[in-house]
Ligand binder design. Structure first.
Ligand SMILES: Cc1cc2nc3c(=O)[nH]c(=O)nc-3n(C[C@H](O)[C@H](O)[C@H](O)COP(=O)(O)OP(=O)(O)OC[C@H]3O[C@@H](n4cnc5c(N)ncnc54)[C@H](O)[C@@H]3O)c2cc1C
Length: 423
């Protein structure tokens, strides 16, 4: 019989976003056993929340689905733990022992058929983090339509537990167990890939830009959900205040980025995200107008994509810092004022949506793993140390796009395999 693995020890991948998934798949397809430890109830990471990818504007689901298929077909080599976090790492490169905490899902993966009968009977609503709080789900919910595993989960913070148990009664498959307990497991691995990604910079810190003061002032990650067909408005780009079409949209670049009071660094993708999102608006409404307030546009190597948006005369680039943001209570418009550095004039625009292009904050330093012998830079990005057999991929390392994250994933897989061979 063919052995499941060509090596004695497995490779641990922490984080099941696009970088971690890529590393895991590449290592598994080379014959290694791989453990993916993902904190959330589903794999996919932030990419699963995007509407389209720049620069080609293809839906991220294609890429994720292909990866999920590779995980399924290589199942002999994979063990995926969702709602899981590494608690402790001991040992040395080539021979680590890792303690992982598995939080209860309260839904049995083998029994749940995703029939959804449990959802309508649940009396509790909770903010849906998948849609950045723009919608709610029940306390028992499917993480999203492209979840992996495609199984329901119970949010223990909001579930009423045994005093309710309506979902248990509604389930015909004995899939819900409200008594499920957390447990820990131990994994023996030779190398570790850290791919814990990012979270959006908290726009609530940007008082001067009006976030939280008016519903039509949103962040860029919310804009991607708004444009998505599986998003809160089924892809309609509308004002959140009254559901009217958002035909005049302004973006402010570097919202909290390159600013010592917020994120001192450039997140590298916000300019491209705005260029992409301005196309969402222009494609949806041919008579729309888009305004982009910027310090300087940094498209990296995607200059053609930048030029494509620049060629649209209904997309107006204004070089200058936004000085004032107000809301008109009668029209629900947001009034944005800035000094146009190129013309020397004050610019004022009235828009239906004002989008804050906020940056990416690394999860790595915040969710420090005990015993993981790794350094972090001044901003919290992880610094790879090959001597430790610990490799870093994707935004855990520095702000970057999907293509670079996947390349990182492949590189991390190769380096992890080399560590195992050398051991
Ligand atoms: C508004 C916006 C739009 C964007 N649009 C594009 C685009 O069009 N094209 C493009 O190329 N890029 C785009 N990006 C960038 C893209 O989202 C990132 O490049 C990508 O998400 C990086 O993937 P990752 O795997 O490194 O991180 P993530 O997607 O953040 O995945 C990390 C995973 O690790 C998990 N995790 C975190 N901490 C732990 C822990 N302690 N233990 C276990 N698991 C953990 C998380 O739950 C998550 O599943 C955009 C970014 C923004 C802000």
């Amino acid at each position: 019989m063919e052995p499941a693995s060509i090596r004695e020890l497995g490779i641990l991948v922490i984080g099941g976003g696009i970088a971690g998934l890529t590393a895991a798949i590449e290592a598994a397809e080379a014959g290694n056993d791989v453990f993916i430890v993902e904190r959330e109830p589903s794999l996919g990471g932030r990419v699963a929340q995007l509407h389209r990818y720049f620069p080609k504007l293809c839906p991220p689901y294609c890429g994720l689905e292909i990866n999920y298929r590779r995980v399924r077909s290589g199942h002999r080599h994979f063990k995926v733990f969702t709602q899981a976090e590494v608690q402790q790492v001991t040992g040395q490169p080539g021979n680590y022992e890792v303690t992982v905490l598995l939080r209860p899902r309260y839904v049995k993966l083998d029994n749940c058929t995703t029939c959804n009968a449990c959802v309508p009977v649940c009396p509790v609503e909770r903010p849906d983090s998948y849609n950045y709080g723009m919608t709610t789900t029940k306390a028992i919910y499917l993480p999203h339509e492209m979840a992996f595993p495609m199984k329901h989960v119970i949010d223990e913070a909001t579930c009423l537990g045994e005093s309710c148990a309506k979902c248990v009664e509604a389930c015909n498959y004995d899939a819900i167990d409200l008594h499920m307990q957390p447990r820990t497991i131990t994994l023996k691995v030779g190398a570790i890939v850290l791919a814990t990604g990012w979270k959006p910079y908290d726009a609530n810190n940007l008082e001067i830009l009006g976030f939280g003061k008016h519903r039509n002032i949103i962040s860029n990650v919310m804009m991607d959900r708004l444009a998505a067909v599986n998003g809160p408005t089924k892809g309609e780009i509308v004002r959140l205040s009254d559901g009217q079409p958002a035909k005049r949209v302004a973006f402010v670049q570097c919202a909290g980025s390159r600013d010592v009071n917020h994120l001192p660094y450039c997140s590298a993708i916000c300019c491209l995200a705005t260029l992409k999102q301005s196309l969402y608006v222009r494609e949806r409404y041919p008579d729309s107008e888009v305004y982009i307030f910027y310090i300087d546009i940094r498209p990296g190597s995607f200059e053609d994509f930048h030029a494509r948006v620049r060629a649209d005369e209904r997309v107006h680039f204004v070089k200058g810092k936004v000085a004032k943001v107000m809301a008109d209570p009668e029209t629900e418009e947001v009034i944005v004022e800035a000094d146009d550095m190129l013309s020397g004039r004050k610019v004022q625009v009235r828009v239906d949506l004002f989008v804050l292009a906020t940056g990416m904050k690394p999860n790595a330093a915040e969710s420090k793993v005990a015993g993981l012998n790794i350094e972090y830079d001044e901003y919290g990005f992880a610094i790879e140390d090959p001597q430790q057999g610990i490799y870093v991929a994707g935004v855990a390392k520095r702000p970057t796009d999907v293509a670079t994250s996947t390349r990182d994933g492949t590189a991390a897989a190769l380096k992890a395999i080399q560590t195992m061979v050398r051991k």
